[in-house]
Design a protein around this ligand. Structure first.
Ligand code: HEC
Length: 144
């Protein structure tokens, strides 16, 4: 028994490393880029729903996923020397930080958090898609 329990902290550290590693995994190929976008859509959808139902701890988890994705995307766009895309991502990261602060407050202003979430999507996901994305759901999406 004693032996087993002495392993628990080690396993916890290892699995924490795996989680953190997953978030900062670099995005280099177009396939990886598309996969991160699908993850963005999933996290953003779940984030909106969580705020709507007052599940703020869950909302913060989704915001953290977006944060990790955006950090990885910054490397992708910086590597292609696309400063406007990097700037959009940077702005998105500040908006996520501000939203996370709102969600961590002792009393969460649900309406304000929802508004911040909508603004984040418009100013970040929307702005970059307008400038850098072409195609549609039927034919598939590409980088412009
Ligand atoms: C810095 C630019 C940028 C930002 C920010 C961005 N996207 Fe994208 N997104 C793209 C580009 C370019 C494509 C098309 C190429 C691709 O799919 O990889 C795309 C494609 C997508 C797709 C289609 C994926 C597929 O191929 O089926 C979804 C869904 C998506 N984005 C969701 C989001 C969401 C949600 C956010 C915000 C949380 C977001 N994106 C933020 C640039 C961006």
């Amino acid at each position: 028994m004693q032996r087993f329990f002495s392993w628990v902290p080690v396993l916890m550290i290892v699995s924490l490393g795996v989680v953190l590693g997953a978030q900062t995994k670099p995005v280099t190929t177009l396939e990886e880029h598309a996969a991160v976008m699908k993850a963005n859509a999933q996290a953003a959808g779940a984030l909106g729903k969580a705020i709507g139902s007052g599940a703020y701890a869950d909302a913060r988890t989704q915001a953290a996923t977006l944060r990790g994705n955006f950090t990885a995307l910054q490397g992708f766009w910086a590597g292609r020397k696309q400063d406007p895309a990097v700037a959009i991502l940077k702005d998105g990261l500040s908006r996520l930080d501000a939203l996370d602060k709102m969600l961590a407050a002792p009393t969460v202003d649900q309406m304000a958090a929802q508004a911040a979430m909508k603004e984040f999507q418009g100013a970040t996901c929307g702005a970059c898609h307008k400038q850098y994305r072409e195609g549609d759901a039927q034919t598939g999406y590409k980088i412009k």
